[in-house]
Design a protein around this ligand. Structure first.
Ligand code: NAD
Length: 323
């Protein structure tokens, strides 16, 4: 039986990944500061602790693992990353985790380590035109991410690749583009645009107005969680190190995403654009490299994913109103 260590197993992507690895027959140890919020972890063992603590990291890697999936990070949506208020914490917390884990994976001879980077590491100057953002993998340099979160991701990509070159670590690196779906954070300030819009629409009274940050013309693409997990597993099993985009190429403006959610809800609502943190003007996944290297790319339609996301978020909203 193969074994996997999932770091960040209490988070959105981590908890879905644990479920998938169990289905595939892995023995799974999950680690996080917290248990998953919305369902019980399916991990065989779940250890709570702080991965900034080197001793704790050594303790959870005391036995041999075939795969380590490193998803733990101090992160959130635009309201967390782009205000500047959390910059030092984001950089310190996530770098420390990656510094400990990359070295320990070498020392413990882990067969493979998957590292979750982000499209936020792409240079801001290539993402000023909302109609035509450039996010192919080799456009990363000269580097100029628009957030410290992005700089940390870039640093840690380079860290895992350095251990690959100098110590033979087999790292697999993905740059995720806006992953969404059921069991993602939907309130509290760390939620991303799809969940935030689903919440606003679910909470809105018929005929009222929902607020959308920025002028709403900024573009993004959003990837449904199941396809993200599929991409993680395919990349980890492959001979390709990456970094490679795992994202959707179905680009949409934030106002159109809001309208899509309103249509799904069946309500009659208006959209009002208000000042707020937005990040770059445009971003879309470029899937040429993943198609070439893995002979696969995500193709799940955004609308289909948003139907599922809205159903889940609106049930959370309804449950929280009842409490
Ligand atoms: P998440 O916040 O739901 O999960 C991250 C988990 O890491 C959380 O459960 C958190 O408690 C845990 N964690 C943070 N600091 C820790 C510490 N010191 N010790 C132990 N655990 C700690 O985020 P997610 O959406 O599941 O993202 C997973 C990974 O993918 C992250 O590295 C993130 O940067 C990356 N990513 C996600 C997206 C996305 O759209 N969700 C996009 C790009 C990159």
């Amino acid at each position: 039986m193969k074994s996997a260590l999932v770091l960040g197993a209490g988070g959105f992507i981590g908890s879905h990944l644990v479920r998938r690895l169990k289905k595939e027959g892995f023995h799974v140890r999950g680690v996080d500061l917290k248990y998953p919020e919305f369902s019980e972890s399916e991990a065989d063992e779940f250890l709570k602790g702080d991965l900034r603590d080197q001793k704790f990291c050594a303790a959870i890697l005391e036995k041999q693992f075939d795969h380590v999936y490193q998803l733990a990070a101090d992160m959130g949506g635009a309201g967390y990353i782009f205000t500047g208020e959390n910059d030092a914490d984001v950089m310190y917390n996530s770098s420390l985790i990656n510094l400990h884990i990359s070295r320990l994976c070498v020392e413990k001879k882990v067969e493979r380590v998957f590292y979750s980077s982000s499209a936020c590491m792409y240079p801001a100057y290539n993402q000023e035109d909302p109609e035509n953002p450039k996010c192919n993998e080799d456009s990363a340099y000269p580097a100029m991410p628009d957030s410290e979160y992005g700089w940390e991701k870039l640093f840690s990509e380079r860290l895992y690749m350095s251990y690959g070159r100098n110590y033979g670590l087999k790292a697999r690196i993905a740059r995720f583009h806006n992953i969404f779906g059921p069991e993602g954070t939907w309130k509290g300030g760390k939620e991303k645009a799809p969940a935030a819009l689903c919440r606003k629409v679910a909470e809105a009274k018929e005929g009222s107005t929902i607020e959308v940050w920025g002028d709403g013309k900024q573009t993004r693409s959003f990837l449904y969680i199941d396809e993200c997990i599929e991409g993680i597993r395919r990349l980890t099993e492959s001979d390709f190190q990456g970094p490679v985009n795992i994202g959707s190429e179905e680009m949409i403006t934030i106002n159109d995403l809001a309208k899509m959610v309103i249509e799904i809800s069946g309500k009659k609502l208006k959209v009002k654009n208000i000042p707020g943190p937005t990040g770059v003007r445009g971003r879309n996944s470029d899937n040429a490299l993943i198609k070439e290297k893995l002979n696969w790319a995500p193709d799940y339609p955004l609308h289909k994913g948003m139907v599922k996301a809205y159903k889940w978020v609106s049930a959370q909203v309804a449950a929280s109103v009842e409490v």
